[in-house]
Design a protein around this ligand. Structure first.
Ligand SMILES: *[C@@H]1O[C@H](CO)[C@@H](O)[C@H](O)[C@H]1NC(C)=O
Ligand SMILES: *[C@@H]1O[C@H](CO)[C@@H](O)[C@H](O)[C@H]1NC(C)=O
Ligand SMILES: *[C@@H]1O[C@H](CO)[C@@H](O)[C@H](O)[C@H]1NC(C)=O
Ligand SMILES: *[C@@H]1O[C@H](CO)[C@@H](O)[C@H](O)[C@H]1NC(C)=O
Length: 377
């Protein structure tokens, strides 16, 4: 009797104090009140980001769910604002070898296959069937303005070796969100992580989508893609094309030429721009809206950025957050723009680029991205 009771008490305390609930919310705020953010452990995901508009009022400028359990269960799986890994974006035919090769069917022994969850079974997308965005990361430390999550990827989804990853999100005075990642690996493995944030700088107050947001990208080249969103190995010179955002333009300024660019029947972008400069104080990308007057400048140590204008949201019927006018209204076509700081897309199958994305016991993986908010005058 005593034993049974003791076991029951032990079991209860394990449930309440043991496994942390992956949807527990961590809120961080900058001391000056210019920015605050909420995160959950699933995917080390940003669920809300509040910044001040030109009227001094706070808006939540990222898409998401009121019910965060949908991060795991929404069949549409839009990948709202997590850390994506172990290898973000596409992998051609879910196949790679170490060392890397152009051979589509490389001879062994170090050939690996990852789940074909994209392009009708022609590619791996965002780390496989259960990528890092749907893993339960754990909080390893937090303060009023910072939180660090950890994830151990124990040779999941067909990738070789264990990867131990830390992601730290910090908010700072002056409207700054900074995210850093650091990963170590027990074996040689590709690692390419991104932070997949969907922005809408008006937060659905005064506009319904991001088509009139201004975008500027410091990039003269875009990765040329085949029909499965896999690199051909060539780059497109943006000069004179709908990819030219070196001067700020509204996102839809050349949508007439962007029909089909993001897939059959899709209007807009889902492309990888290669930054012209290395990390510096200069932003690689800026986004702003005249409606809210909110401006975002992104500075990163990543060499590239994916810009996805989220056409497909219009077909998914995902209810907006309450603060975005939901749940009776859904996120529509172009409701947000996903801006993903990343490495060269599928460089592990594009050896002609000479980009080394293989990490291991002698080479750690790391990056830093800074999102700085200001208001237009
Ligand atoms: C894709 O990978 C599979 C498994 O290795 C292989 O049988 C198939 O031929 C590959 N497809 C292409 C188009 O290379
Ligand atoms: C994460 O936690 C949730 C809730 O406890 C659980 O249902 C889910 O299976 C876990 N996911 C993984 C990938 O372990
Ligand atoms: C891109 O094209 C423009 C206009 O034709 C040309 O001036 C520029 O040198 C090209 N850039 C590269 C990197 O080839
Ligand atoms: C929102 O999406 C749901 C499906 O999740 C659909 O039943 C509903 O009609 C949509 N609402 C609007 C206003 O389009």
């Amino acid at each position: 009797m005593f034993v049974t009771t003791a076991l029951a008490v032990l079991a209860l305390s394990l449930v309440s104090a043991g496994e942390p609930w992956p949807f527990d919310i961590t809120t961080i705020s900058a001391p000056d009140g210019s920015i605050s953010a909420k995160f959950v452990s699933v995917g080390a995901t940003l669920t809300e980001l509040w910044v001040l508009d030109k009227f001094g009022k706070a808006r939540d400028v990222v898409l998401g769910y009121d019910d965060n359990t949908k991060l795991l269960t929404d069949p549409a799986h839009p990948v709202f604002n997590p850390i994506v890994g172990r290898y973000a974006n596409r992998i051609k035919n879910g196949t790679f070898s170490i060392p890397i090769t152009k051979d589509p069917q490389p001879p062994g022994p170090n050939v690996y296959h990852t789940p074909l969850n994209d392009a009708d079974g022609q590619a791996t997308l965002h780390g496989g069937t259960i990528g890092w965005d749907r893993r339960n990361w754990t909080v390893v430390s937090k303060s009023k303005s910072s939180v660090t999550y950890h994830h151990l990827d124990a040779a999941d989804e067909g990738f070789p070796g264990d990867v131990s990853a830390f992601a730290t999100h910090t908010v700072k005075d002056g409207g700054i969100l900074e995210t850093t990642v650091h990963a170590t690996a027990t074996h040689l493995t590709p690692i390419m992580l991104t932070q997949h944030i969907y922005w809408n700088l008006d937060a659905f107050q005064g506009s319904e989508n991001i088509l009139n947001h201004y975008l500027q990208v410091d990039a003269s080249r875009v990765v040329e893609l085949d029909g499965d969103f896999i690199p051909t190995g060539n780059f497109i010179n943006v000069s004179g094309t709908a990819f030219d955002f070196r001067q700020a333009q509204t996102i839809d300024y050349r949508f007439g030429e962007a029909v089909g660019l993001c897939g059959p029947g899709c209007v807009g972008y889902d492309n990888c721009w290669i930054y012209d400069h290395d990390e510096s104080s200069k932003p690689g990308l800026s986004l702003w809206s005249d409606v809210s007057g909110i401006r975002l400048d992104v500075t990163t140590s990543n060499p590239a950025t994916q810009v996805f204008t989220a056409y497909w949201l219009g077909l998914e019927g995902i209810p907006r957050k309450k603060v975005h006018g939901g749940p009776s209204l859904n996120y529509s076509y172009w409701a947000g723009v996903a801006i993903e700081q990343e490495g060269y897309l599928d460089a592990i199958n594009t050896p002609e680029w000479g980009v080394n994305q293989i990490y291991g016991p002698d080479r750690d993986y790391t990056w830093r991205s800074t999102y700085k908010f200001s208001t237009l005058t």
